[in-house]
Design a protein around this ligand. Structure first.
Ligand SMILES: Cc1cc2nc3c(=O)[nH]c(=O)nc-3n(C[C@H](O)[C@H](O)[C@H](O)COP(=O)(O)OP(=O)(O)OC[C@H]3O[C@@H](n4cnc5c(N)ncnc54)[C@H](O)[C@@H]3O)c2cc1C
Length: 397
């Protein structure tokens, strides 16, 4: 049976997250968003303060198993928490989503190399926001062609070559890598042994191997609290113990698993951003008087707000279904892509409408609604553009 009632402990976690998002995350994010230089933004006191608080609470380790020091939250619980965090700020919510990327792989690789055990311990015990991973796959010339298998001419330009017990990696990953500027560990995907996207190998590596370097953090339209940046590899020696998967059919399965979970998360962030804009606009509409009339009493304003409410509810229902499928161990790519594309298109429409409800005041940085509008745009591109993930999902129909 379908049941929308949340267990009491999940309601408590949701309420605690909501309070953190409203009282700490939103004000810190508003401060960071206004800092023009991204390097200054990511090293600001506001950023350090809010990341410390988030790590102290344990949001970074929510999805890691309790056996390795994580909080062991099931997919449904983390979806609920992610929405609340994104209502506060979708950029930092994204940072927290990506951060456990390597710690998650390290849990099952402790015996392979001492780095994994040390990294996992440091990550789960981190109360300052100093440790976090990133997923480095996109390259300057490869983004949307990620799913184009069986075509030898299409492959990652960054390459790993076997040399004795090591792999030697050369190349670069794009400026879009989330957490790329701050991460201290990477899930790295590069070409290995032959042509075609299917020959992409996956490594889980420390972020400070000799020959690795970073570009400047990307200065961007929205999600300005999420650091994104290039990573360069110049004859980087990677011990073979860091190879997670060599490529081939298993790579296809891994990538589809990552994008199914990842896109459910991106959709959830979009619901949070849309809800943030809707809640601000609803309160404003009930307060703002024009020509002796509260603007909420205009039918056209009421309809915009009701449309926002209706779309947010619909998007959340789709996302809960995708999370439920992840929870039951049956991730379903078309459902995840439907949920993510619906939610991110919805967030773009709703945030634009909510700026409109504010009228001229909507474009002012005095109000946060313009920030939500900017943040929403990135969610139609993150982890694959809406167009490309829709085309991939359509192949499964
Ligand atoms: C907020 C954010 C976070 C991100 N995080 C990460 C990360 O953590 N790690 C990482 O590696 N990357 C990350 N990315 C990169 C992201 O995955 C890519 O930006 C995305 O895959 C698109 O690639 P591209 O930017 O090269 O665009 P392109 O591939 O150049 O696409 C440009 C346009 O052409 C269209 N297009 C391209 N090919 C086709 C096709 N076959 N059919 C139809 N239309 C097509 C696209 O839809 C798009 O409109 C992130 C991006 C954003 C915005």
């Amino acid at each position: 049976m379908v049941d929308f009632a949340l267990p009491e402990e999940v309601e408590k976690i949701r309420d605690m997250t909501r309070e953190f998002a409203q009282k700490e995350l939103r004000p810190a994010a508003a401060e960071i968003d206004l800092i023009q230089d991204p390097e200054e933004a990511y090293t600001s006191d506001a950023m350090k303060r809010v990341l410390s608080r988030a790590y102290e609470i344990g949001f970074h380790k929510m999805t890691l198993g309790s056996d390795v020091g994580g909080l062991g939250a099931p997919a449904m619980t983390s979806t609920i928490v992610q929405e609340e965090l994104a209502v506060g700020d979708a950029g930092i919510a994204s940072h927290l989503l990506v951060a456990p990327m390597i710690a998650g792989s390290a849990a099952s690789a402790r015996d392979r190399h001492p780095f994994y055990g040390e990294y996992l311990d440091a990550f789960v015990n981190d109360t300052k926001g100093e440790h976090g991973g990133a997923w480095a796959i996109t390259e300057p010339q490869h983004g949307s062609d990620l799913f184009q298998f069986g075509q030898p001419s299409i492959h990652m330009d960054a390459t790993a070559v076997r040399d004795g017990d090591d792999y030697v990696v050369n190349g670069q990953k794009s400026a879009f890598v989330s957490n790329g500027w701050m991460a201290d560990a990477f899930l790295l995907m590069v070409n290995l042994d032959g042509d075609g996207m299917e020959n992409t190998a996956t490594f889980a590596i420390p972020g400070d191997l000799p020959g690795m370097s970073r570009g400047k953090p990307l200065n961007k339209l929205g999600l300005r609290t999420l650091n994104q940046g290039e990573v360069f590899f110049d004859d980087v020696r990677i011990p073979r113990e860091f190879l997670v998967m060599p490529g081939g059919p298993a790579y296809k399965m891994l990538i589809e698993r990552i994008v199914t979970g990842g896109n459910t998360a991106v959709g959830t962030l979009a619901v949070g951003v849309a809800r943030a804009a809707y809640e601000e606009a609803l309160a404003y509409a009930k307060d703002r008087v024009q020509g002796d009339k509260v603007i909420f009493d205009h039918q056209v304003i009421k309809m915009k707000l009701f449309n926002a409410f209706r779309q947010i509810e619909a998007a959340r229902a789709l996302l809960w279904k995708s999370s439920w499928l992840l929870n039951t161990g049956k991730p379903h790519l078309p459902t995840a892509m439907a949920a993510r594309t619906f939610a991110s298109d919805m967030a773009m429409e709703v945030t634009a409408d909510m700026v409109q409800v504010f009228g001229g005041y909507g474009i002012s940085k005095e109000n946060s609604v313009e920030k939500f509008y900017r943040d929403a745009k990135l969610l139609q591109i993150m982890d694959g553009t809406n167009e490309v993930v829709s085309l991939r999902a359509a192949e499964e129909l």
